[in-house]
Design a protein around this ligand. Sequence first.
Ligand code: HEM
Length: 459
Amino acid sequence: MEGMKQSGSPNGSPRLPPGNLGLPVLGETLDYLKSQNTEDPDSFVRERQAKYGRTFLTNLLGNNMVMVTAPELAELLLTDEKLFKTEWPKSTRMLLGERSVTTTQGARHKNLRSLVTGPLSLDNLKRYVPVIEERVLAQLGTWESGTTVAAYQELRKLTFSIISELIFGAKPGPQADRLSGFFNKWLVGLFSLFAVRIPFTGFAASMDARDAILEETAGILKERRSALASGAPVPNDILTRLMTEKDAQGAQLSDEDLQDNLLALLFAGHDTSASALASIIRYLSDDPAVVQKLREEHADVRSRKEAGEPLTWEDVRKMSYTEKVISEGLRVRPVVANNFKVATRDVSIDGYVIPAGHNVTLNYRSIMRSEALFPEPKAFKPERFDEKPAPYTFLPFGSGERQCPGSALARMEMAVFLYHFVNDWEWTLVNPAEATSYFPLPQPVEGLPIKRRKRSAAD
Ligand code: HEM
């Protein structure tokens, strides 16, 4: 069924770009969602690009939206929050809470961002390398050779245990398992068309999971507050910093602020990296030559170390091929498909005018999977990154004022995992044809079962 068509203003001067607003209320959301559960998640954008051009109008998640799909236009959209502010869909805002670094804007956002980026700075990352390596080895140490494991769930457990240790010093155990389980349910509702908490709906279940997460984090805060008040030694982690630092006006974060930010960091810091690593494992499974090159690079690092000597930041920096494998994984199967912006005033873009208050989205994925920018875009070719990509063509972590503050941490964590996993294990996919669901982020629908075998010195 053809929906409401839109192109230009009645007097012929260009205003909003052409496009299709789809059905009343639903817009084109169902078409979009359908495309995300196929092996061709780019089809929604590709078909509209062919019909309307690189900038077009659609309606997703209850909002009319201009979708921008060209790197030439990305800078304008990404660099100036005073022109295009970030505003996530209502369901995302309700699940994240309105007080997190992701959902706030203006001065409040700047302040939260500076609190969060400090602990994720390079200096601190150097300290985190051994912590992360310990967690990777502990997790891989539980694996039994010759058995099958759902790799995606293992990766989620691992990345959750790493981020919760960095944020509030959590050790693996029942609380971490509970929290990680709640995030499974929470994630489902992140981009819901109907963000209304009606009992027994999927969105309500996700909101219930949010409440359960907040109940756990309330306990964590209480414990840390009483330790801080009594002068007991507290870990030098992200939570202590968030609880003790003051903003320019001398104000500290309230418990509500802290809870929304803990939740946002726990989510942003684990499901994303687990999704990326699952994609990389998937591609490596089909590419023994890339695996071999990784092993050679890792053997080189090992050859300069004593047996069992922990990895350092410098070691990770030396793994330039691993870095390319990670970049290519993030390009070929982007974790975050697009952003959500709102024009703060009338803005001209690509010959059109986006009126103040209108939604705009930059589709990161279609840029990173464009044939013109990355020939054979669906092929996994780490050597593409022998050359630096052109500006605004490689955007796995966004760019500008909202650029991911955890990108260096995520890359380092993935490199440490690959260093041990690829060297110590052989694996095959149980179902090489396993489907992927691309919404809200790429996830193997069967949990990526792999048959694993511990490698020996003879391998
Ligand atoms: C492979 C892993 C990751 C990917 C692909 C990723 C991707 C992204 C992207 C694309 C954005 C920007 C969204 C936008 O354009 O509005 C973002 C924002 C963010 N990421 Fe990540 N991320 C990853 C890991 C992490 C980690 C480990 C953390 C650490 C805690 C983190 C924390 C954040 C936060 C707090 C924001 C919001 C920034 C803001 O609004 O100012 N991310 N991430």
